[in-house]
Ligand binder design. Structure first.
Ligand code: SF4
Length: 354
């Protein structure tokens, strides 16, 4: 299969053009057609000579993903399902700014993108892990979710969270290249500080990412303040227990000097004991992290429940009362807010590729 032209960085294009005997400024023109003018055919790149367009047509494709389905309406959260060239599906979620947090006139639009088809990490609350791992997304399939979501919504995306399907740090080299496509001025041009990578806790990769020069943000799917509780929810904890994870997070703090977010899904009778809140205070304070509490949303096929609102508030108050910055979102998720991976699972069950 021909590679996508969207996978090409300026240095990749320089060598392609050199081989074709073309001047290097053609690379700048090609990138502008792709990322700024967003053409849908190589033939539309009208300032390139016909012979170069013909070479590019032979060597590359432009297609990365196509739109399959949208759930949700224009003024709320929307979930997009995208079809890949091999018939697989990924989904991403476009979330407008909450007026309560950012004001009525905010034009902040966050996109939650996927990094893999399926996931091998099998966190017990997550639909993406239910069907196992299929494959890594390529860098242009990751960045392509941003382009296609902007095209479908007519909105400029200015904030990205890698929290969709897949474990981004298990696809690190493609993730880093996608970040180059997303953050470069010749690419989508979103500042690295507006990118957050959420991980289940791959310790060696957290250290590698800490050494990466860009100021990307980090969120950890924690969901338990002791190994015993976390292991019930996150099988990865058997491989990298909390002591290893927090060593890596301290390393991140030393290198990046920037707050980490600890994500904590509250699940009734599993990790919502108030004793866990007290221990979470210690964990969060040890790395000066903030905590994002998310009451559990039911996932088809899983039997866990959401604690009642009063209990969630008590849990949060223990954190806030002990100097930990903690947020709690109590409104119930719409169907489409439910765990990532559900829409794709349904579609793949109906439409399994040959
Ligand atoms: S939460 Fe993330 S790492 Fe865990 S199974 Fe779901 S997609 Fe994979």
């Amino acid at each position: 299969m021909r590679p996508s032209l969207f996978s090409q960085t300026p240095s990749d294009l320089t060598s392609t053009l050199e081989n074709l005997g073309e001047p290097s400024y053609r690379g700048t023109q090609i990138l502008e057609w792709l990322w700024q003018k967003r053409v849908d055919s190589i033939d539309s790149m009208s300032n390139l000579p016909a012979s170069l367009r013909a070479h590019l047509e032979e060597a590359f494709t432009l297609q990365t993903l196509t739109h399959a389905k949208t759930q949700g309406s224009a003024d709320t959260t929307r979930k997009f399902l995208f079809r890949l060239h091999d018939g697989r599906f990924v989904e991403c979620v476009l979330i407008p700014a909450s007026p309560a947090l950012y004001g009525e006139r905010s034009d902040r639009h966050t996109l939650c993108v996927s990094s893999q088809v399926g996931c091998a990490f099998a966190c017990k609350f997550c639909a993406s892990g239910l069907d196992g791992f299929t494959r890594n997304l390529t860098p242009e399939e990751i960045a392509g979710q941003v382009l296609l979501s902007e095209e479908l919504s007519g909105k400029k995306i200015n904030n990205i969270v890698f929290m969709g399907m897949g474990e981004p740090l298990a696809n690190l080299s493609h993730l880093l290249k996608s970040i180059e496509l997303i953050t470069s001025p010749w690419g989508i041009g979103i500042g690295a500080r507006h990118l957050t990578i959420s991980t289940s806790g791959l310790v060696p990769q957290i250290r590698k990412l800490a050494d990466h020069p860009q100021q990307i943000r980090l969120a950890i799917s924690l969901h338990g303040a002791t190994d015993e509780v976390r292991e019930r929810i996150m099988p990865i904890n058997n491989k990298w227990p909390l002591s290893d994870l927090f060593d890596a997070l301290r390393y991140w703090m030393e290198k990046k000097k920037q707050k980490i977010t600890l994500e904590y899904i509250l699940i009734e009778g599993v990790n919502d004991e108030l004793k866990q809140a007290e221990l979470l205070v210690k964990r969060a304070r040890s790395i000066r992290a903030k905590v994002n509490l998310i009451p559990y949303n039911t996932v088809e096929g899983l039997s866990w429940n959401r604690p009642d609102d009063a209990h969630c508030r008590k849990f949060r108050d223990i954190l806030s009362g002990n100097g930990v910055s903690a947020t709690l979102r109590l409104e119930k998720g719409h169907d489409i807010d439910a765990a990532c991976g559900q829409l794709r699972l349904k579609e793949e069950q109906l439409n399994t590729p040959e």
